[in-house]
Write a protein that binds this ligand. Structure first.
Ligand code: URA
Ligand code: SF4
Length: 209
């Protein structure tokens, strides 16, 4: 399973976005409403990678517009970063979930390794168009997609890391991994988890200064 054959070699972000609508690179398109592609200006210096769209993103067709997106917006604000100038995307572009009773919120399922690898050509293609100077990796799934299965966010969060060569980036680009904003919502101590997220993001604010 791979998205590779659906990814156009030529063209900009809009061509990618259009082509991604028709992706059948793994089975996740079947139960999802639509492909949720990345969003943001083509000249963004910061590229943010989440896991996969949630219930609300699946319906609206845009990344991080649900509860996790609200946490993320607040965290960017607190870290002095402007989301409007970032390109925000996900490691996996379709919503994986268990079906729910009508009117109920569908239950998110973590994408598995095959799906992460299948969808990675889209992420690689987004990097090739944006060539970011800074990269934010949100949570374990995004980290697996970019840094491999052995990477541990709990250990490596908040460190300034290099961007793996497979992902095109500006010279001396910096990558920082941190917890996923939905982990803040699940944490016993939400304030502490939120502060940890902001502190990790500040690594980029400091680097940009
Ligand atoms: N969680 C993600 O990882 N991405 C989204 O777009 C929404 C929730
Ligand atoms: Fe294609 Fe990714 Fe959707 Fe799978 S999850 S169908 S690889 S866009």
């Amino acid at each position: 399973m791979t998205a590779q054959e659906y990814v156009p070699e030529q063209g900009g972000l809009e061509q990618l976005r259009l082509a991604a609508r028709a992706c059948r690179g793994c089975d996740l398109y079947r139960d999802a409403t639509q492909t949720v592609f990345g969003e943001g200006p083509g000249d963004a210096r910061i590229l943010v990678v989440g896991e996969q769209p949630g219930d609300i993103e699946d319906r609206r067709g845009a990344p991080f517009v649900g509860p996790a997106g609200k946490v993320l917006d607040r965290a960017f604000d607190a870290a002095g970063l402007d989301r409007g100038r970032m390109y925000v995307t996900n490691a996996v572009k379709h919503f994986k979930h268990r079906p729910a009773a009508p009117g109920k919120r569908r239950i998110h399922q973590t994408p598995d390794r095959t799906e992460i690898v299948a969808c990675r050509p889209w992420l690689v293609a987004e990097f090739a168009r944006i060539r970011p100077a800074q990269v934010v990796v949100l949570g374990a799934t995004a980290a697996k997609a970019m840094l491999g299965p052995a990477f541990r966010v709990t250990k490596e969060h908040g460190r300034r890391l290099a961007v793996p060569a497979e992902f095109a980036a500006a010279d001396d680009a910096v990558l920082v991994a941190t917890i996923h904003p939905s982990a803040v919502l699940r944490a016993d101590d939400r304030d502490a988890a939120f502060d940890g997220l902001v502190e990790d993001l500040r690594v980029l604010t400091a680097a940009a200064a």
